[in-house]
Design a protein around this ligand. Structure first.
Ligand code: SAH
Length: 255
């Protein structure tokens, strides 16, 4: 069982990682390390880049405000990225920030925005979505960033759906199937989860989704959840019943 060091700050970097390499922290990272976390020269952080696993690095000042990170040793080998897709109708910014971070924490490996009939948000700030994904990945201990798709119409996504992947459709109508019974048969299959917008799905969308062979409608209880709440509830169910929660990481005991 893997042992995570939850105390040491983790940073996502976009350079190769190997023993002895020198990594220049970005201005934002340098400020955060020295002025927010109050770390000092000689302290350590953990770096990951989505390809080389996780490495310990030692801090040193670089110039007036910069920070140079000297990579020392690997703490965790690279593990495969999550294959769980999270499809969502874009929400208004604050809730979208929250939902993007929670989807990453809950183990989504792809964040795929879909435009539905009642979607109230047109443009998606992709840079902000990526920043949220990085922040969540650094915090929750994953070793890869999720793939982030461009917004696409729901019908187009469904028309080009890949063979073999099941879509868990979070359907807010009362007669949706019991999630436990519905999800158990999906264990072991590539999965995706779909959550609708603030206005819910249209009747046409619901009919179309329910008619598709690769779609499994599930109810998340008898109450109407906010879309960002539904994201966490749905991903928790899927991970518990058909996902990766059978091998939860061992926490480092607090010394
Ligand atoms: N008006 C609220 C809720 C809209 S429903 C808001 O502002 O967020 C948003 C989406 O969450 C739905 O399309 C559905 O995908 C999911 N959802 C909410 N409650 C649900 C439930 N009880 N069962 C299944 N999915 C639900």
């Amino acid at each position: 069982m893997e042992r995570y060091d939850f105390r040491t700050k983790r940073l996502f970097v976009e350079v190769p990682l190997a023993a002895g390499r020198q990594v220049e922290a970005s201005p934002g990272q340098s400020n955060y390390l020295f002025n927010v976390l109050r770390l000092k020269a000689g302290d350590h952080v953990l770096l990951f880049n989505g390809a080389d696993g996780e490495w310990r690095a030692e801090l040193a000042p670089a110039g007036r405000r910069g920070c140079r990170l000297t990579v020392t040793d690997q703490t965790r080998p690279q593990s495969p990225a999550s294959d769980l897709w999270y499809l969502f109708a874009p929400l208004r910014q604050a809730r979208l920030d929250y939902m993007a971070q929670k989807a990453v924490e809950m183990g989504a490996g792809a964040l795929l925005p879909v435009i539905t009939a009642h979607t109230q948000v047109g443009r998606l700030n992709m840079a902000r979505m990526r920043a949220n994904a990085i922040e969540a990945a650094e915090q929750c201990g994953v070793l890869s960033l999720p793939e982030i798709g461009e917004p696409r119409p729901l019908n187009q996504v469904l028309a080009g759906w890949p063979a073999g992947r099941h879509l868990v459709f979070c359907d807010e109508t009362p007669d949706a199937a019991d999630p436990l019974a519905a999800l158990k048969p999906l264990r072991g299959w590539p999965l995706a989860v779909l959550v609708g917008p603030e206005g819910g799905f249209s009747a046409d969308e619901r009919d179309r989704l329910r008619a598709l062979p690769f779609v499994t409608p599930v109810a998340l209880g008898p109450r109407i959840l906010r879309a960002d709440t539904a994201a966490v509830a749905a991903l928790a169910l899927v991970q518990a019943l058909a996902g990766d929660w059978r091998a939860a990481p061992a926490r480092v005991p607090d010394s």
